[in-house]
Structures are given as structure tokens and as C-alpha cells.
Design a protein around this ligand. Structure first.
Ligand code: MF3
Ligand code: CO
Ligand code: CO
Length: 275
């Protein structure tokens, strides 16, 4: 794999890994913070009876009123400002007018563009009281993402991230989705490299200071297999088991890793103390 200075690279996927300098990290801090603030606002409004369409409206309005816009609206024909993936939906669930119900678990995945920088982050939300097995799934999924991020340091490899996630998840009899992965991000939404959430240490591209990408494991209570519904977007577990996901955008630094999308309010994982 070859690396290029992001500042000299065309604004698209080129087959090289872009390396960002201090202005890139500053741009990502601002974009990441806005995405995280939006997720904090969602934590304070979501609950039983709330519709995912209302979440979609909030994301649209919040982005536009802060000088940003949603990266997903009209992206490859996607028509919403956010993805809302409920229960056995793995990812790319589309907002609709159906009220959320007590016991649902829902992933809200926000990507905004601020001054050309893409802030991409998602969290799980528990709607009222949720079953114990759903609670366990959310805890394991959050912890797996954080272990994947903790494995990032210059001189390491992309495979270290997937290995850390897989080794933590599988002994707990849950599974890691293979069909979707993290991705380079920055001034391009989905860029090189792919961040696969399973793998072997020491494999894949070397982690180099200036790389910016997402870590976004999708974890299932049952088997890892997914299928995409006939709407062309909604990905569900084939066995209809519950699925969860968290996502942070991160940058490789000289000494380790910086997370751009941390919650300013400390709403890291449910239950969010929102009162
Ligand atoms: N935010 C998602 C990701 O983490 C991508 C959503 S693309 C959409 O990469 F079109 F489905 F919105
Ligand atoms: Co992403
Ligand atoms: Co995302």
C-alpha cells in the first residue's frame, strides 16, 4: 500500500492512503465534534413513541443550522440525513414514521460535512427497558470498538484492529459482521483503507501518523451473515438475531490515536444519564 500527502491528492478515492497534516486533524476535530453533538442531542430526545423520521429531521436541522450538511442525504441515491437501524437491522436502516417501542435497540449513524471534512459516528440507543441479552450486546459492541481503537499505534497494522475486536467478541458467543467495514475518511466519505473488524495482527497496511479512518464494528447475537432487503439499503441479520454497532472516526498520531467523535456530554454508551 502506498501513502500520499492528502493536501496533494485529488478529492476522491485514488487507491492510495491519504496522510493528513495538522489542518486535517483540526478539520476532523470540528466535524467530529459536530457529529458527536448531534448524537448527544438525539440521546436527549429519543425514546418510546419517538419516530426515526423525527431523528432524521433533527439531524438535518442541526447540521444546517451549524453550517454543515448531511453526507448521506442523496449519497448514492440514499434519501435520508441519517441511518437508523433497529433490532435485527445491521446498518443502513432508513428513517420512517413508525414510533420506536419500549425494548427496541437502535443504532443512529450520523455523517455530516463541515468545511469539507466528514464527521462520521454512530451510537446505540436503548428505548426504555431493554432485555438483558440486548444490554450485553450493547456492552460487548462498545467495548469491542474501544479495544479496536486502543490497538492503533504508528508502526502497527490495520489487522491489529480487527484482531483485537474479533478476539474479544467471539469468546462471548457473539459474531462480527464481515460484509461491512470501517473506512478511510477525511475530505472523502469512504476512502482507503478498508478497516475490517476481524483479522490477524501484523497484517494489512501499516498504520502511519496522519491516517484518518473509522472503526465501526457490527456485532450480532447470532451468526454473522447479513442480507440486504429489496429496498437496496436495509441490511439485516439472516437469522434475525439482534445486531449492534458503534462508530468513531480516529486519526493515527505520532504516539498513538486521537478520537475525533467523542461525546462532549459523556454519552458514550447506554444508559445515557440524560436528566
Ligand atoms: N455512515 C455510514 C458509514 O459509517 C454510511 C452511510 S451511507 C448511507 O460509513 F448512504 F447509507 F447513508
Ligand atoms: Co463510517
Ligand atoms: Co457512519
Amino acid at each position: 500500500m502506498t501513502y500520499v500527502e492528502a493536501a496533494d491528492a485529488p478529492l476522491r478515492k485514488t487507491g492510495h492512503i491519504k496522510l493528513y497534516g495538522p489542518e486535517g486533524f483540526e478539520g476532523m476535530r470540528k466535524a467530529g465534534r459536530l457529529a458527536a453533538e448531534i448524537l448527544d442531542a438525539i440521546a436527549e430526545m429519543i425514546g418510546p413513541g419517538v419516530t426515526t423520521a423525527a431523528v432524521d429531521d433533527l439531524v438535518y436541522e442541526y447540521a444546517v443550522s451549524h453550517g454543515a450538511y448531511s453526507a448521506t442525504l442523496m449519497y448514492r441515491g440514499y434519501r435520508y440525513s441519517v441511518c437508523t437501524s433497529i433490532n435485527h437491522v445491521v446498518c443502513h436502516g432508513m428513517p420512517n414514521a413508525k414510533p420506536l417501542r419500549e425494548g427496541d435497540i437502535v443504532n443512529v449513524d450520523v455523517t455530516i460535512v463541515l468545511d469539507g471534512w466528514y464527521g462520521d459516528s454512530s451510537r446505540m440507543f436503548a428505548i426504555g427497558e431493554i432485555p438483558r441479552r440486548a444490554e450485553r450486546l450493547l456492552d460487548v459492541t462498545y467495548e469491542s470498538m474501544m479495544r479496536g481503537i486502543a490497538a492503533i499505534k504508528p508502526g502497527g497494522h490495520v489487522g491489529d484492529i480487527g484482531a483485537a475486536i474479533q478476539e474479544f467478541v467471539e469468546p462471548q458467543h457473539m459474531s462480527v459482521v464481515r460484509d461491512f467495514c470501517g473506512h478511510g475518511v477525511g475530505r472523502v466519505f469512504h476512502d482507503e483503507p478498508n478497516i475490517v473488524h476481524v483479522g490477524q495482527r501484523g497484517t494489512g497496511p501499516e498504520l502511519v501518523p496522519g491516517m484518518i479512518f473509522t472503526v465501526e464494528p457490527m456485532i450480532n447475537l447470532g451468526r454473522p451473515h447479513v442480507k440486504v432487503l429489496s429496498d437496496g439499503w436495509t441490511a439485516v441479520t439472516r437469522d434475525r438475531s439482534l445486531s449492534a454497532q458503534f462508530e468513531h472516526a480516529v486519526g493515527v498520531t505520532e504516539t498513538g490515536v486521537e478520537i475525533f467523535t467523542l461525546s462532549p456530554k459523556g454519552y458514550h454508551k447506554p444508559p445515557y444519564a440524560t436528566v
